[in-house]
Design a protein. Structure first.
Length: 276
């Protein structure tokens, strides 16, 4: 066993690793958006949302079909985000308006999205070629010149940084505090006059919107959308959230205590919920 491992490590090429690094990082950033959406429901809202497997495929299907229809790839990502939000809205309404348990409501939406995605695509999959369309990200860019690799990698980093900055600002607002309070203590939030049903639906829409956006980017990256492209996405997202919480939870313990001392004056009892 040791001999096999030594032989394998000796066969690895550092240059091959460096050549594949930009593509791996770009793909990791795309999946990071999905993990961010899962984080909102799993950690902030305390909601087991399995809609992710369906909403990711929905975002990819919408983006690919709009690009094939002649829409700008950047604009198609906005519609992918909106499609994901629509999926989250359905899950939220099933849970809040009809009283269906959260995990069951998300499963119902996920199963329904499979048929919806088939109708959107018209078949089990649809391709979108980087030779014909100016895609935001593409696996083909990795095999092109160094400039293409740097452009794709820089685009992914800037896109994710801007999105994270917007979310960081949003969850520091009064409405963001209300969402966090709803996930922390629903009864107390309701007692303080917060419409917990509304904020539950809103958080699910934001979460699945991010997942749909991730699906739109991933469909462009791999050059095709498939009805099964989101299968197992919830596992990847939860793994990323749990591993990140384990690795960085203790490191951020001091920051949590610092945040607890800076409560929002508009929600004095509820704004002390932690971000992690």
């Amino acid at each position: 066993m040791t001999m096999m491992l030594t032989t394998y490590l000796a066969s690895l090429s550092p240059l091959a690793l460096l050549r594949s690094l930009p593509g791996a990082c770009a793909q990791g950033l795309i999946w990071g958006l999905l993990a961010l959406g899962v984080y909102i429901t799993y950690k902030l809202l305390d909601f087991a949302d399995l809609t992710v497997d369906g909403s990711m495929a929905t975002g990819g299907a919408v983006a690919v079909m709009l690009i094939r229809a002649g829409m700008n790839p950047w604009l198609a990502l906005i519609f992918a985000f909106l499609a994901g939000m629509a999926a989250g809205f359905i899950t939220g309404m099933l849970h809040t308006a009809l009283g269906i348990p959260g995990i069951l409501a998300s499963i119902l939406t996920q199963i329904s999205l499979y048929s919806i995605n088939l109708n959107i695509l018209g078949s089990s999959n649809q391709a979108v070629s980087v030779d014909k369309y100016n895609l935001v990200v593409s696996l083909r860019y990795i095999s092109d010149s160094t400039a293409s690799k740097i452009r794709m990698f820089t685009t992914c980093i800037l896109f994710c940084v801007v999105l994270v900055a917007i979310l960081y600002w949003y969850f520091g607002t009064e409405q963001g505090h209300a969402i966090r309070a709803t996930g922390c203590n629903r009864q107390m939030a309701r007692a303080q006059g917060i419409n917990t049903d509304f904020h539950t639906v809103l958080a699910l829409m934001i979460s699945n919107g991010l997942v749909g956006l991730s699906g739109g980017l991933y469909a462009q990256y791999q050059g095709a959308a498939d009805v099964n492209m989101g299968r197992g996405a919830i596992v990847i997202g939860l793994a990323a959230v749990i591993i990140g919480d384990v690795l960085f939870g203790k490191m951020c313990a001091g920051k949590k205590l610092h945040l607890l001392t800076h409560c929002s004056p508009s929600l004095p009892e509820l704004s002390c919920t932690t971000l992690f």
